[in-house]
Design a protein around this ligand. Structure first.
Ligand code: SF4
Length: 396
């Protein structure tokens, strides 16, 4: 089986059930922030509402060229790197299309769907993610209103995406302004299909992760866990560092898409539950008290998964320049990861500079440690688990 790179799935055209197009809009959506984990929802929603799939355009991955050509002079100041990059995406969609867009759609995602919902305090998006669309928009209205000049409708509804009922109402209020004949029944059906598509997308990535883990278990060889935010899969934000490691023969799993099969979770967390430390495999209250942020919660949860799973012998932490949300998580994530001997490396303060030489040296160093240490790490983590791996991972 070929080694998987999960983020490749994002490069493909998002799936959406085809319906005969009946509404003639061209919609641009910046491929930024939590679009990396929710874009399947948005594409499906618009296709279900009768927009031609080919008329739903995403900006490309973040790049220096994109920023220089389309975002120069428009950027938000004093902000983290992923939000700063948004201006390049806006500019590409506004000024870089052969066929101009009619609508720039930038949802302000207030809450993020998460498999940890119900086990944590909240599923909020990062405050800078929430503020990002408005601060970026301001850069295109500073001297003159670029949207008005180009005749592009800027549509940026606040959406509580973790709560389907509220999200449906919010979307109806926003979309009826541009789809004047929109009916609530039609929107409700489209939203339901969009949630199904998002769930299927998540599940398909988890199936890929399971196949990778199962192959590692069968061959008793290591893989690497990438711990970052969804947009670290963007090659301009995460710099594809994990792909360089993969080139050394170590498959990569992303923390957001680890397998959630009951047999595996029982195997990994059974002792912690019996000891009364956690209530369920999804409980992170013992390691992360302030569980309000969906992406941070998943990060902490994945760190523990990786620290126990035997064939994950190394976790790599990604963090962007000026990220306020990551600051308090550095120590806990490292401590959790290293508790049973899993290797831990950090690529911190990632911004537009990719020092290729130093990344290369660090990647070679990580690969060296993986080669030297992985057999013992796998062995000692297997012993710590006491029971045999489930059939799903290691068929007998
Ligand atoms: S999590 Fe950090 S890097 Fe991401 S948007 Fe928030 S502050 Fe910026």
């Amino acid at each position: 089986m070929p080694i998987q790179i999960l983020q490749k799935a994002f490069a493909k055209a998002p799936f959406a059930k085809s319906k005969p197009p009946k509404r003639d809009f061209r919609i641009g959506i910046p491929r930024v922030l939590n679009q990396w984990s929710t874009h399947r929802f948005w594409t499906t929603l618009f296709v279900e509402l009768g927009i031609n799939r080919r008329s739903i355009v995403y900006s490309s991955d973040t790049s220096e060229a994109q920023q220089l050509k389309f975002g120069k002079g428009r950027g938000a100041v004093d902000c983290c790197y992923p939000v700063k990059c948004m201006s390049g995406h806006y500019g590409e969609l506004l000024n870089g299309q052969k066929r101009p867009i009619d609508i720039l759609f930038v949802p302000i995602i207030l809450t993020v769907p998460s498999f940890l919902r119900g086990h944590v305090r909240e599923n909020m998006a990062c405050p800078r993610v929430i503020a990002g669309p408005e601060s970026t928009r301001a850069g295109f209205r500073r001297e003159k209103d670029v949207f008005k000049e180009l005749g592009v409708h800027y549509l940026s509804p606040a959406v509580s995406l973790a709560d389907p009922q509220i999200a449906t109402r919010q979307l109806y209020d926003a979309l009826k302004g541009v789809i004047t004949d929109l009916r609530m029944t039609e929107l409700r059906a489209a939203v339901a299909t969009a949630y199904d598509a998002l769930q299927e997308f998540d599940q398909s990535l988890r199936r890929q992760s399971l196949a990778v883990l199962s192959e590692c278990a069968t061959q008793n060889r290591p893989c690497i866990l990438a711990l970052g935010r969804p947009y670290h899969m963007d090659t301009g934000i995460g710099h594809a560092i994990e792909s360089e490691l993969q080139a050394f023969g170590y498959p990569i799993l992303w923390g957001q898409y680890l397998p959630l099969d009951a047999e595996i979770l029982d195997w990994l967390y059974g002792d912690l539950i019996k000891a009364g430390r956690i209530q369920s495999p999804f409980d992170i209250s013992d390691i992360w008290k302030t569980s309000h942020s969906a992406n941070t919660n998943e990060l902490l949860w994945a760190a523990r998964y990786g620290s126990i799973m035997p064939w994950i012998t190394c976790s790599i932490r990604f963090s962007s320049y000026e990220c306020g949300m990551d600051q308090p998580t550095y120590s806990p994530v490292q401590e959790i990861t290293e508790a049973l001997g899993t290797l831990f490396f950090v690529f911190q303060d990632l911004d537009e500079t990719k020092p290729a030489g130093s990344v290369r040296i660090r990647v070679e160093t990580i690969a060296y440690y993986l080669e030297q240490k992985s057999p013992n790490i796998i062995q000692s983590k297997l012993e710590a688990l006491k029971t045999a791996p489930p059939e799903l991972l290691l068929p007998t």
